[in-house]
Design a protein around this ligand. Structure first.
Ligand SMILES: C[S@@+](CC[C@H](N)C(=O)[O-])C[C@H]1O[C@@H](n2cnc3c(N)ncnc32)[C@H](O)[C@@H]1O
Length: 198
């Protein structure tokens, strides 16, 4: 039933806005950590809600769902593409910022390793990767937050240490924060491209 409800872009966006209290916490996390002037790639962009924080000509969103991308292109303009994050076909060093919002907990460790490897490729040397994902159910502190995340379609909630382990081969994590929204405890990872010594 949850899959049927979220199958529609309109319902998906409406429910997510409601559950996330108009995304207040997520929007402030993005604004505080990512310059809106650079070229931005939003991976797992869903219905494209966060494109509103960036200049139209500087933003690209990708998602594996045809329905969500169709909705996003109708509502926010044609900057959205159906693309699997495991098979991105962007040129090297194209983006100043990459966003992954509520995306990680939908992917296995193996998939994420491939995706981080590729994000490193498409990110400029001085670029930033911003990840915002709920803390796992067992670390959510109150009943409502536990209940909501337990019914999320993503099966791979991870804690700070588990996500650090996945990121460390590719990125330096310059800051980490945890913030409560009304219905979710969110963790933020701000990552810089790691330079390898020759
Ligand atoms: C919870 S939604 C988050 C959407 C959006 N970032 C937001 O916060 O509103 C997770 C999104 O990841 C997308 N997704 C899952 N696996 C993917 C993959 N391998 N490649 C691209 N998108 C994927 C889903 O289709 C879904 O839209």
């Amino acid at each position: 039933m949850i899959n049927d409800i979220f199958g529609s872009g309109r319902v998906m966006e409406w429910v997510r806005i409601l559950i996330n209290n108009n995304f207040r916490v997520i929007k402030s996390m993005i604004r505080e950590n990512l310059d809106d002037k650079g070229d931005i790639l939003d991976i797992g962009c869903g219905t494209g809600y966060f494109s509103r924080l960036f200049k139209f000509s500087k933003y690209v969103g990708i998602d594996s769902s045809l329905k969500y991308v169709g909705f996003a292109n109708k509502k926010y303009g044609g900057k959205f593409f159906v693309m699997d994050a495991n098979k991105m076909n962007f040129k090297n060093k194209l983006f100043d910022g990459v966003l992954m919002i509520s995306f990680l907990h939908h992917l296995t460790d193996k998939e994420l390793d491939g995706i981080f490897h590729d994000v490193k490729r498409v990110l400029k040397i001085e670029g930033k990767l911003i990840i915002i994902d709920p803390v796992p159910v067992y670390e959510q502190k109150n009943f409502l937050r536990k209940f909501i995340f337990r019914h999320d379609r993503g099966c791979y909630g991870r804690n700070k240490e588990q996500i650090f382990r996945l990121l460390e081969p590719y990125f330096n994590i310059s800051s980490y924060a945890v913030k409560n929204s009304l219905t979710c405890t969110l963790q933020l990872f701000v990552c810089n491209n790691k330079l390898y010594k020759r």
